[in-house]
Ligand binder design. Sequence first.
Ligand code: F6R
Length: 610
Amino acid sequence: MCGIVGYIGDRNAQEILTGGLRRLEYRGYDSAGIVTTNDAGKATRLRAKGKVAELDEKVLAHKKTDHVGIGHTRWATHGVPSERNAHPHRVGAIYLVHNGIIENYRDIKELLTTKGYAFNSDTDTEVLTALVDLFYKTQSTKNLLAAVSEALQMAVGAYGIAVLAADSPEELVVARKGSPLVIGVSEGEVYVASDPSALVGHTDQVIYLKDGEIATCRREGVELYDIATNVVEKVVEKLELDLQAIQKKGFDHFLLKEIYEQPDTLRSTLSGRVQLEGMYAKLGGLNMSDKELSEVEHVLVVGCGTAYYAGQLASYYIEQCSDKVTVQVAIASELRYRSFNLPKNTVALVVSQSGETADTHACLRELQKRGIRCLGIVNAVGSTIAREVDGGVYVHVGAEISVASTKAFTSQVAAMLLFGLVVAQAKGAGKQEIGAYLQELDALPDEITRIIEEHAEEMKQLAKTYASYEHALFMGRDTMFPVALEGALKLKEISYIQAEGYAAGELKHGPIALVDDRFFEVALVADNLLYEKSMSNLIEINARGGHTIVLTDSDKPIDAEAVVRISTKLKLLSPLLFNVLLQLFAYHMAVERGNDVDQPRNLAKSVTVE
Ligand code: F6R
């Protein structure tokens, strides 16, 4: 989603800001802009529709030596992508960039119109800018902090903002409510970003702004306040992210790099948590005693998109681990608005790669209001969800730059399975029951490496054959069903092929009507008790002239247009291997179709608005 950067110091602000915006490109955006000011208060605002490269051209034509400024990549919510709607917005001396949505902007706009303000864009952000200007220019002292504070006390909605007053170029004011902001501090300079990856290489000393906080950033340092400008204590933390983690390392795309990274990232997830000697699972950050774990009766998993599908797959495993636990998986954007009841002794797993997804975060707040213990299954260290949960498991997969989530999925499933094992252990499960999962988890990274080595070329060739289709059906039974859902999501978001995931048993209840020459079908067929059932689904499709691709770990004869056979010793966790192959398939389909693989159209990495 939208990205914010800011800088004040002695270096060239235009260079720092455009560099920062390039780091945030992966989040998805449709326009970009920066404003810098010189010591005399002369501002240079440059904005462009499209990529940061378009903005770079404008910067080249208007080079400045200014040392302070703010910048933004915009993902359109109010108003079409255009230069006019791009941030920074300006009203009077005030320049402002904003992530989020000001819900009552119409009321504020009406009020401002009566005071003589006219608006040049269709955005809620320009309205907020004007409101800050109103308070700023009516003060005798021109106090930017006070003006921002007054404006935000009127604003309803979510925001991360950075504000600059051209006639007061010695400071930036930033604030957050529901949309992340991090401040990087270094000797004589301060950096601002909505995502820590923009700070990497500049400083590793950071302050994460909390909801409701405002900060003034000056060369001499940062001061934190609450919304009413009472001083708040600041905590400077070390940023655990390095340049290596945000580079492509020789791969053509971040997506491919992240698919290939999975054996290593999974090892990081499992490290210290799978104890084969003694056969137990260990999770350090749950903040739950063995007694509390033993009392868990119901697990609610909440997430969006890929995180939700990871929850679906994990739900099978958690219930397999213990027959004394029930599991329910909910789409965060649905759960937050429905009435729902939870049995006693429920624990919620709040799953999010970014830790910033607005709907997931809203569920967390709602669940906590109801007194439900919430554990985070989060990747981004220091993110909002990670900070607000009662405990949790970091999946430790490093920066996931590609918009489409891959390595996070694998590790989210593993982390939730570990949670299931820890609960089962506390309830008295034997080493043998736990052991089977632990051994498979331990073997999984090497199995992923081998499967990729053996099948990467095959998936590439398969993509060449099927890249011209416009419709696809993915199907699987049992643990292969969530993989079918995730495989379809991956394909649709990066190849733009319409893809549906189905429980194979549902085929006859509707989707089989779709089977014709424009479709291909991907059947995930596990060599287990349901093998024959899956085969009969295949026969039904073949009988109607379907174009079937089968992925299977069986060596029995299969009649299909294409068959990808994997051999693996894994029985329980083989769906994760199938999923890696589907990730590769989606990747090559997108490449074949000439798409922007890492930044698919209309998508954003971290969905901080609902
Ligand atoms: C799909 C994808 C999205 C995210 C979803 C949740 O490839 O990336 O569906 O999984 O937006 O994001 P997080 O996990 O950051 O909450």
